[in-house]
Write a protein that binds this ligand. Sequence first.
Ligand SMILES: O=C(O)C(=O)C[C@H](O)[C@H](O)COP(=O)(O)O
Length: 208
Amino acid sequence: MTMTLLEIMRTSSVIPVIAIDEPEHAVPLARALVAGGIRVLEVTLRTKHGLEAIRAMSEVPGAIVGVGTLTRPEEFVAARDAGAVFGVSPGLTSALVAAAKSSGLPLLPGVMTPGEVMAARENGFQQLKLFPAVPAGGVGMLSAIYGPLPDVTFCPTGGISQETASQFLALKNVACVGGSWLTPKDAIAAGNWDRITELAKAASGLRS
Ligand SMILES: O=C(O)C(=O)C[C@H](O)[C@H](O)COP(=O)(O)O
């Protein structure tokens, strides 16, 4: 089953941004999130275990696994081959546009200004990540962008929490938000998967 980026974004109110420090954490973490109703998982390439984690988490029933922190064109094919079904980048360059098209990996590119939104749209991207969302202007920025550019849909990420997520999710041009608050490092290190499931349940309840 191939999902479009928009379908993936609409599957989850919150996309957890995940960094795996220990490969053995990948599968229990994915299971804990899916058990809490959070199925779309963004596994970043911030750690050296990213690709291995994508491979393992893709096997977890119900999980829809993407790759995050795509900053170099050569990472696209490797992530796709590891099982990622979408990719997220903090910004967009012409090399990343070409890599997204040639690899076929649906890309959610990061933007931070109206000009970047327009440049991304010219390259065929209408689903975008506002990054870093809160420093860029947060809810006010997204509402202002909706006026002249109503045909783009955002996944704001960066500085959002369980407490502020609903303000973003209420906007017409927001399909989901991204954040690292569902995967606290101390809970992962301690193997406290129940805590992660509770955080996921709270997040998936944001838009029910
Ligand atoms: O690694 C990446 O590719 C990123 O895009 C950065 C993350 O999206 C943010 O670091 C998450 O932000 P917080 O929820 O404020 O922790």
